[in-house]
Design a protein around this ligand. Structure first.
Ligand code: AHM
Ligand code: MG
Length: 336
């Protein structure tokens, strides 16, 4: 009967967030409204990503849209959709998108208390071949909504109120944490609703998978090279780890969260700060990892303690199962 109740008592993401917020008597429903606009952006993208292959086909036949414009690239389109959805929510004041050089300060009449940092469509190299891509977001609260400044978003990740991602894969999955664990919702296309399918996700304490772009190995630092060597040739009698690397952070982190293991984007000689961006890639994923019982480390410190100085700053990142990240921390500590 429990299964029956499950099928008839649908926990949508809106209902989940409303429940969460009702714990705070001062809550005005603003967060729920903000999240609903993020969800709208994700649904739009899910449908756009699903049709992308088809749109190409039409494009090949030489078709253009009514305005005679060329089809907008998916990453540009997704940025516009998210910016417009977030501004029109009336709950945001500063937006930082991977696609925009400068932060967007929302005009006073539409201003609210939240700052949203996001990568509207991450995994750009996977767009054209139909491999999973995703949206990543983090949410901060502004100090003074009458006078928002860049400092409101140049905050360590531990100050985020919420973080999440949506993966456009074989199904569309939204993973969210508001600081009370990590919960996964799957889009039911027939309802157009995200339904709670993965309540309280906990990452296995130790994993059997490592995930890294090994093509960069010749430029790695000592600890990274040693760690990966250990994954392949363990000296303590344990079995070697499997390698899985999609090249979409959302997909690689999602697998890490569910199956356990470690995801690495280290520094290397060519990119001393790694590749991934602190605000809208490293922080949200680190927030989720910690909330799920894992860890996130930059090679120097706990990732969520990092204080960014620029909105598009980069950082090396090692995140995943608690024990696996302990090992890489030990290697960095040994190096001094
Ligand atoms: P993007 O923002 O241009 O899509 O780059 C970010 C992506 C991440 O999704 C992924 O983890 C990483 O780049 C892969 O980089 P690489 O191709 O160097 O392995
Ligand atoms: Mg990106």
């Amino acid at each position: 009967h429990a299964a029956d109740a499950h099928r008839t008592d649908l926990m949508t993401i809106t209902r989940y967030v409303l429940n969460e917020q009702s714990k705070y008597p001062e809550s005005r429903g603003d967060f729920t409204i903000l999240l609903n606009h993020i969800v709208l952006g994700c649904k739009f993208l899910c449908s756009a990503v699903n049709k992308a292959g088809l749109a190409k086909l039409i494009g090949l036949a030489g078709e253009t849209n009514v305005q005679g414009e060329e089809q907008k690239k998916l990453d540009v389109l997704s940025n516009e959709v998210f910016i417009k959805a977030l501004v029109s929510s009336g709950r945001t004041c500063i937006l930082v998108s991977e696609e925009d050089e400068e932060a967007t300060f929302v005009e006073p009449s539409k201003r609210g208390r939240y700052c949203v940092v996001f990568d509207p469509l991450d995994g750009s190299s996977n767009i054209d071949c139909g491999v999973s891509i995703g949206t990543i977001f983090g949410i901060y609260m502004v100090k003074d909504s009458h006078e928002p400044t860049l400092d409101d978003v140049l905050q360590p990740g531990k100050h985020m109120l919420a973080a999440g991602y949506c993966m456009y894969g074989s199904s569309c999955t939204l993973v969210l944490s508001t600081g009370e664990g990590v919960h996964g919702f799957t889009l039911d296309p027939s309802l157009g609703e995200f339904i709670l399918t993965h309540p309280d996700i906990k990452i296995p304490k130790k994993g059997k998978i490592y995930s890294v772009n090994e093509g960069n190995a010749k430029n790695w630092d000592g600890p990274t090279a040693k760690y990966v060597e250990k994954c392949k040739f363990p000296k303590d009698g344990s079995s070697s780890k499997s390698l899985r690397y999609i090249g979409s952070m959302v997909a690689d982190v999602h697998r890490t969260l569910l199956y356990g293991g470690i995801f690495l984007y280290p520094a290397d000689k060519k990119s001393p700060n790694g590749k991934l961006r602190v605000l809208y890639e490293v922080f949200p994923m680190s927030f989720l990892m910690e909330q799920a019982g894992g860890q996130a480390f930059t090679g120097k410190q706990r990732a969520l303690d990092l204080v960014p100085t620029k909105i598009h700053e980069r950082s090396p990142i090692f995140l995943g199962s608690y024990d696996d990240v302990e090992e890489i921390k030990a290697l960095y500590a040994a190096e001094g």
